[in-house]
Ligand binder design. Structure first.
Ligand code: GZL
Length: 291
């Protein structure tokens, strides 16, 4: 029964609107189901998440969940979870560990998101142009995989090239700072921006306007997440497309946790279904958005 379940969750932090929606989905679902949730905010530091996971082991929770801030450095603590006999769910971001160290991964196909962003960019640029890239957190699964997907698609489009890329940690203010340096260095040579999340794209839009260019017109912009702010920017003509990355993973997370606590089989990868949103549907989609 959900009411008998005690779950520990080590969240990454509160770096973006996506993360806020993800946390809200987890906490609201726990309340709705009557699950006892021990929630920890890692403040984007791996060592905090590792400490929090060890605390969950000591408290003998039934199931542990984590959204790994980066892909590597988890073998030791995940082995401790396994030795404690506690099922482990990776939520949102994957970790670079062997399959026997976790019970299930619930999250998106970030490589596909990167490929979709590149296809949208090719349509906007008619296959020709200089692209700058705002990447998320170095070593994180979404950053590594969105880049892989974007680059795999670029290889088939020789008219499009990445002239600069820089990490912005998925944070709006950093996206603005980095875009400013791109503009100072390349100015009007920039035809497009690929931002690995909407928050950084919204920060970049501010920088582009302060520089005196028109975001969405002089510089085409494609980003990822599909948070409400992206739809508002598309409505204003300042963002051209956003690739959906679903943060509302609470229901799937606790459904999987209950199955694991009961010893029932679960899928190794519970993949999120996601779409692509463009300016032409932003007005009708905005009222429907839940995050
Ligand atoms: C993707 C998630 C990323 C979002 C960012 O699943 O891990 O982290 O794209 C968030 O907005 O900060």
């Amino acid at each position: 029964m959900y009411q008998d379940l005690v779950v520990g969750f080590a969240q990454i932090g509160a770096e973006s609107e996506w993360r806020t929606a993800n946390t809200r989905s987890i906490q609201d679902t726990a309340i709705r189901l009557g699950v006892e949730l021990k929630f920890a905010d890692g403040q984007q530091q791996q060592e905090n998440q590792i400490k929090q996971i060890r605390s969950f082991i000591a408290q003998r929770v039934d199931v542990i969940g984590v959204s790994p801030v980066v892909e590597t450095g988890w073998d030791a603590v995940f082995s401790e979870v396994k030795q404690a006999g506690i099922p482990l769910i990776l939520l949102d971001r994957h970790a670079d560990v062997s399959d026997d160290l976790f019970s299930a991964f619930i999250g998106s196909d970030f490589v596909l998101e990167g490929q979709r962003a590149c296809v949208e960019m090719a349509k906007l640029l008619d296959g020709q142009g200089n692209i700058v890239v705002l990447e998320g957190t170095a070593g994180s699964a979404p950053t590594v995989d969105r880049r892989a997907g974007f680059e795999s698609c670029l290889h088939q489009r020789p008219g499009m090239q990445v002239i600069a890329r820089q990490y912005g940690d998925f944070i709006r203010a950093r996206g603005k700072e980095v875009m400013k340096t791109f503009l100072q260095t390349y100015g009007s040579q920039i035809d497009a921006l690929f931002a690995q999340n909407d928050d950084m794209a919204l920060g970049a839009i501010e920088a582009i306007e302060e520089y005196g260019l028109r975001p969405g017109v002089d510089i085409k912009i494609v980003s990822v997440d599909a948070v409400r702010g992206a739809f508002e920017a598309m409505l204003a003509g300042k963002l051209n497309a956003t690739i959906e990355c679903n943060p509302l993973l609470g229901p799937q997370f606790f459904e999987t946790a209950l199955k694991l606590a009961n010893g029932d089989p679960v899928q190794k990868w519970v993949k999120s279904d996601e779409g692509i949103f463009r300016q032409d549907t932003a007005a009708q989609e905005l009222p429907k958005r839940k995050y």
